[in-house]
Design a protein around this ligand. Structure first.
Ligand code: ZN
Length: 271
């Protein structure tokens, strides 16, 4: 789908749902190329550069493919092999996570050059501004193309809401990062796991309902905490995921526990 001259939204396999993502093409570059290899092959001849918003496997799984084709890959973090990523994202359940990332998501090790928000990219003349965020991962970058199209990565505007299940994640920082987007007046927002949204009114309303998840979850967790439930019991009730695929339960429990713990840290401080 064409968004403007040289800028295209690529809906990922499974509508861009996990373990895939939606991609954005700007000039000769693609942001977060894990839209599915069959889809990618349809236009890869025109792409010289792959850029990752962050190194989560559902975004970076096809980066190795660009290595093989001798194209450039840029990432905001040097951790690009599965063992390093496991130690970073899934401390304590590394082996299980490696199996999940390689078999379920299809991740393979890759090599990348580093970028940060001051890097200068020229993708066939498009003006690119990188916006660094925290809270989802420490280093997720959003891309503002020509001042009007924002690739918002895992500020993904899904009904599920924001995800902050890694040790380095933080719902309160994530919330602040999302709120800071109101300072930019882009006309289209392209999330990694849902359809693009255009028009300021619609964009702001979608961002606001997305942000509400933080307080809603905190409220539910506070209630369970005040009723005297232990963290194990809260994880078992699953106030955030609600439903877990049996084959992924161990890994989802781990992520949900991290998310609940971050809320509990704040709740306990106020008691
Ligand atoms: Zn992510």
């Amino acid at each position: 789908m064409k968004l403007s001259e040289g800028v295209y939204f690529i809906e990922g396999k499974k509508k861009g749902n996990f373990p895939y993502c939606n991609s954005l093409i700007a000039g000769n570059a693609i942001i977060d190329p894990n839209c599915g290899v069959e889809i990618l092959n349809g236009f890869i001849g025109e792409i010289e550069t792959a850029v990752l918003s962050h190194n989560h496997p559902d975004h970076s799984a096809l980066a190795w493919y660009f290595n093989r084709l001798n194209r450039e890959v840029y990432a905001p973090h040097p951790f690009t092999n599965v063992r390093e990523l496991a130690e970073r994202f899934a401390r304590g359940i590394e082996e299980r996570w490696i199996e999940f990332a390689t078999e379920f998501v299809g991740f393979r090790d890759f090599k990348a050059q580093l970028y940060d928000s001051s890097s200068e990219f020229d993708w066939n003349g498009h003006e690119i501004e990188m916006i660094e965020t925290s809270g989802h991962t420490d280093d997720m970058h959003l891309f503002l193309i020509d001042g009007k199209i924002l690739y918002s990565a895992d500020i993904d505007l899904t009904d599920f809401g924001p995800w902050y299940g890694n040790p380095e994640s933080d719902p309160y920082e994530f919330k602040r990062s999302i709120e800071s987007l109101f300072n930019y007046d882009f006309e289209v927002i392209v999330p990694s796991h849902s359809r693009p949204v255009s028009g300021r009114e619609e964009i702001e309303s979608r961002l606001n309902s997305y942000i509400e998840h933080f307080d809603r979850r905190e409220e539910i967790i506070r209630e369970l905490y005040e009723r005297g439930l232990s963290i194990d019991e809260i994880v078992e009730l699953s106030p955030i995921y609600r439903k877990k695929r049996p084959s992924l339960k161990e890994i989802m429990d781990y992520f949900e526990r991290n998310m609940i713990e971050k809320h509990l840290e704040k709740i306990r401080k106020h008691h």
